[in-house]
Design a protein around this ligand. Structure first.
Ligand code: AMP
Ligand code: MG
Length: 489
């Protein structure tokens, strides 16, 4: 195991050293063996009392120098100048088996200098959600923070009512956010800003180190990474739920699985988070919000782009204006692939027609694409998806156009190969909200880990059926109450 503490080489205003606060009676909830071995962590550490003490904050590991990072953030459009890790501690950076530096962070480890009025703790429910959903996102191929460990603290946390507490150990390429740049920009110290930008370039975009305009190139690279990330989210129906600038990384990984959820039936206006009353972070708004957040990053970077502010603004604006095209290209690639079509404008229009039909009939976003792949077994059959579409003749004519396009692009048409392509990008199952909710209920009220453990194994194969995973493919029964996530902070 190789550890570093490179973040603490940055100026002192960027963080504060801070120890975890011990908890009363820790117990293991989960340990991710595969990820531990990627990190070169001693396998004996897991499920031992020594490991439990480290991942519950009761003992400081020899390799750890815990610190809380400072950052700002626009939360629902309002700037909070001083947020920072109020309940998280960066323990160390570990060099993984590919030579990549990864942050190891405890989330819920007690108060820090940035806790404001918070208790520095996490309720167990959100720990369970983040553990399973972030690991499922990884298995779905989406860039994301990972979950290394989760523990019960044996202590209550007080939210709207007392709840059991939990601590998650999160692993990420880094935890540097747009909000980190906003914080440093507000210090009005150009040298410090440049140190952060250079650190990010070296760590995440080393290919830009010798660029003639490295900071403009950094802005463009983050725009590209976020365009790709958000298009990926959209293609699997993921709604982040709190796309505040403090929850958007510069590495392009998904972080902060608070009130996130997945679409069941396809309605682009869907909002799940109970705290998002205006629908700012609705499914369909995610690309526009990403661009809005990137504009905040651009503002923070202005002093590094040009000495003349007007020229700096012009340079930044030109890059931000590239974002819609970057996103559109990523969207086309992801969505055309869902129908085994080449990415181009004409096929994108065909995709959009299908999405409109799905929205009109509130069809399940995940299952519909799997069903469409099955229709290729017998394209003339009138059973199957047609019966689910309110306008079945519109669907049938759409289906004809799709088949024609597939035939045009593939001669001879090899159905099995096309189905395999579709099924490799259209998941059989995603972490359904009703299932995650059931798992959370079992864990938090009964300490029953049966479903949690089953899902933690099955989520590793979201594209291919196994004897066990079909159960997770079930959509919720129609007519249930609309799903709402609660942030649980
Ligand atoms: P989040 O909504 O989890 O992204 O958190 C937004 C901000 O609130 C971050 O600065 C967190 O560190 C802080 N925060 C959230 N929950 C707590 C808590 N229980 N105690 C202290 N700070 C918190
Ligand atoms: Mg956050």
């Amino acid at each position: 195991m190789q550890t570093e503490h490179s973040y603490s080489s940055l100026p002192a205003e960027f963080y504060q050293f801070c120890a975890a606060t011990p908890v009363a009676a820790p117990q293991w909830l989960a340990f991710n063996h595969a990820l531990a071995s990627e990190l070169g962590l001693d396998a004996a550490l897991c499920e031992t009392t020594a490991g439990l003490a480290i991942f519950s904050g009761n003992q400081q590991a020899t390799w750890s120098k815990p610190l809380a990072q400072a950052y700002s953030g626009h939360q629902f459009g309002q700037l909070s100048p001083r947020l920072g890790d109020g309940r998280a501690l960066l323990l160390a950076e570990m060099i993984d088996n590919k030579g990549q530096k990864r942050d190891i962070q405890l989330k819920g480890a007690g108060p820090t200098p940035y806790s404001r009025r918070g208790d520095g703790r996490s309720a167990l429910g959100p720990v369970v959600r983040e553990y399973l959903v972030s690991e499922a996102m990884f298995a779905l191929g989406v860039p994301t923070s990972r979950a290394l460990a989760a523990v019960f603290t044996g202590e209550p946390v007080y939210r709207d009512r007392p709840q059991p507490g939990g601590i998650l150990t999160r692993v990420a390429a880094s935890h540097i956010r747009i909000g980190t740049f906003q914080y440093v920009a507000m210090l009005q110290n150009k040298e410090a800003l440049q140190q952060l930008a250079d650190y990010v370039i070296k760590r995440h975009y080393p290919q830009l180190q010798h660029n003639t305009e490295p900071y403009l190139a950094l802005l463009r690279a983050v725009c590209q990474a976020q365009a790709s990330l958000v298009a990926h989210w959209m293609s699997i129906g993921f709604i982040h739920g709190v796309m505040n600038t403090d929850n958007m990384t510069v590495s392009g990984e998904t972080i902060d699985y608070g009130p996130c959820a997945f679409l069941d039936s396809y309605d682009p206006h869907t909002v799940f988070s109970s705290i998002d009353q205006q629908g700012r972070y609705a499914y369909k708004n995610q690309p526009a919000i990403a661009q809005w957040n990137l504009a905040r990053l651009a503002e923070a970077l202005l002093p590094l782009l040009h000495q003349d502010e007007q020229q700096a603004v012009a340079l930044a604006t030109a890059v931000l204006n590239e974002f819609p095209a970057m996103y559109q290209q990523q969207w086309q690639q992801r969505f055309c692939a869902k129908l085994a079509l080449t990415a181009n404008d004409k096929n994108a229009a065909l995709v959009q027609q299908l999405l409109d039909l799905m929205a009109a009939s509130q069809l399940d976003f995940t299952l519909t694409f799997r069903l469409l792949s099955e229709t290729l077994n017998d394209p003339l059959s009138t059973s199957g998806p047609a019966e689910f579409f309110a306008d079945s003749s519109a669907y049938q004519s759409w289906h004809q156009s799709w088949l024609q396009q597939l035939q045009q692009e593939n001669t001879p048409l090899n159905t099995a190969e096309i189905q395999a392509r579709m099924n490799s990008v259209n998941p059989l199952f995603i972490p359904r909200n009703h299932q995650i909710e059931q798992i959370i209920l079992d864990v938090t009220t009964q300490q029953d880990l049966t479903l949690f453990n089953q899902f933690a194994v099955d989520l590793k194969s979201p594209f291919y059926p196994t004897p066990d995973n079909a159960r997770w493919a079930e959509a919720p029964t129609p007519g249930g109450a609309p799903y709402r996530t609660f942030c649980g902070t």
